[in-house]
Design a protein around this ligand. Structure first.
Ligand code: AMO
Length: 437
């Protein structure tokens, strides 16, 4: 008999069906045993009559355990006493395809680290599954938009000859007779190479690595980066305008399919944003913070805004413009990588931006420096010119003005579902203290 998803099987009251899934709970009464069985689509109570010999202890049967992967054939009946939804399965046969050891290692009381140790068990929770259903829908919607707009998808190498963002935060490894290789911190150089190759509009969704000893709720040492690069722009404003339309499209798609489930499971509304998102220059943002008497943490880099300040600004933007999103633009050159274009008339400022959502940075972007001589000088000033010569070469034989951005996928999902921690939005988290499972 063909297996039916539990949600489908439930629509066949009176019929004999076959379902497969995990046992969630086991309850025994004198002659009856109740198993709640769940699969990807839902759950159902299975009411099994215990045979007389088994109840009398004359035959010894293995006891069912929460976690057992079971394959059950039986009849769906209506039973208004069943708390779940008035439906129940009366089994003809129950085969245990994958037995679970008795006594699961986690329960509702387990702390975050234990849940991460036993991630596959934690992921059996429908709420955790929903995180990845939504993440799948997010990526799908992003791809739809790119596809409609003629973008090419890249799969750039993650083994690199040099650091792509900043030297201090790279993982390095031995690489045959070439010496060291570095794990890519972003596809930055290669998405720009695609522009020099005439691809004009490109994207990539792929893993990136940061050797950062950060222990915050927003940082991982490996994460999925969503990257976009566009040719023939006039300024970073064109990139922001493109990004906000793309995000509104993605949220529109998500809203129509997931707003109910997300409201129910995460108590959060999916709001389709109105455009344009508010824009604040870094200078304006500092003025707002000082008017609101916000005191920046002492260890904040000169000119930068600390996480508390970003939240304060989020509040200001929500109160003033009614928006969950805002762009912070025109970062000081000292805070940005060498490849960001500087303003000709104000070289201490970059034509760059970050996108904030609910107070958290989800994107960094910029217009890039595409003029070979200027870029070479900026790389030199950053102490990088030799190690990145292969990258500088991309700009030697004609490259259009261009810009783009990188967005952390887990941060996006975390903000969307209002999750507390990036660990909850990541399939398997990697941090300074975690390399398993
Ligand atoms: P940046 O380093 O700001 O920019 O990264 C882009 C986005 O990636 C996410 N992100 C992270 N997510 C989880 N853990 C981390 N440790 C982490 N670091 C960053 C954030 C961030 O906004 N090449 C540029 C992008 C560009 O200009 O195109 C870059 O990598 O959401």
């Amino acid at each position: 008999m063909q297996r039916l998803p539990i949600a489908t099987a439930k629509r066949s009251v009176g019929d004999t069906v076959r379902i497969c899934g995990f046992i969630e709970t086991v309850r025994k009464h004198k002659r009856m045993e109740f198993l709640v069985v769940a699969d990807r689509s839902g759950r159902i109570q299975v009411a099994r009559e215990i045979p007389a010999e088994e109840a009398a202890g004359e035959v010894h049967a293995r006891a069912f355990a929460p976690g057992d992967a079971v394959d059950i054939t039986g009849r769906v009946i209506a039973n208004f006493t069943v708390a779940l939804d008035g439906l129940e399965l009366v089994p003809d046969s129950i085969a245990v395809a994958g037995p679970a050891q008795h006594g699961l290692p986690i329960n509702e009381m387990s702390g975050r680290e234990a849940l991460l140790d036993w991630r596959y068990l934690a992921l059996r929770e429908p709420r955790n599954r929903l995180v990845f259903e939504v993440a799948t829908a997010v990526e799908h919607a992003m791809r739809l938009h790119w596809h409609e707009q003629d973008f090419l998808e890249l799969h750039s190498p993650k083994l690199m000859h040099s650091a792509s963002e900043s030297g201090a935060e790279t993982f390095s490894l031995e690489y045959f007779h070439l010496g060291h290789a570095y794990l890519a911190q972003s596809p930055q150089f290669y998405k720009q190479m695609a522009i020099a190759a005439g691809f004009e509009r490109v994207f990539e969704i792929g893993p990136v690595f940061r050797a950062e000893a950060s222990f915050t709720s927003r940082h991982a040492t490996e994460f999925t980066s969503v990257d976009v690069e566009l040719a023939w722009i006039e300024s970073h404003e064109d990139v922001m305008a493109w990004e906000e339309r793309w995000i509104a499209f993605v949220l529109q798609q998500l809203h129509s399919r997931y707003s109910e489930a997300v409201q129910r499971e995460f108590n959060t509304a999916i709001r389709v944003p109105s455009l344009p998102f508010p824009r604040l220059t870094m200078e304006e943002a500092h003025q707002v913070l000082s008017l609101r008497k916000y005191a920046m943490a002492a260890n904040t880099r000169r000119g930068d805004i600390d996480p508390g300040g970003l939240h304060e600004l989020a509040q200001y933007v929500e109160e003033t413009f009614g928006s969950e999103f805002y762009f912070l633009t025109d970062y000081p050159s000292s805070l940005r990588p060498f490849y960001h274009m500087r303003y000709t008339e104000a070289p201490h400022l970059t034509r760059s931006f970050d996108l904030m959502w609910k107070g958290i940075e989800i994107t960094t972007g910029a217009q890039r420096e595409h003029r070979y001589a200027v870029l070479q000088e900026q790389a030199q000033k950053a102490g990088l010119s030799h190690s990145v010569q292969y990258y500088l070469d991309f700009f030697k034989y004609g490259c259009p003005p261009h810009g783009g951005f990188g967005l952390g996928l887990a941060r996006f999902v975390m903000c969307l579902l209002q999750l507390e921690n990036i660990r909850d939005a990541t399939f398997l988290f990697r941090g300074p203290r975690r390399l398993t499972p």
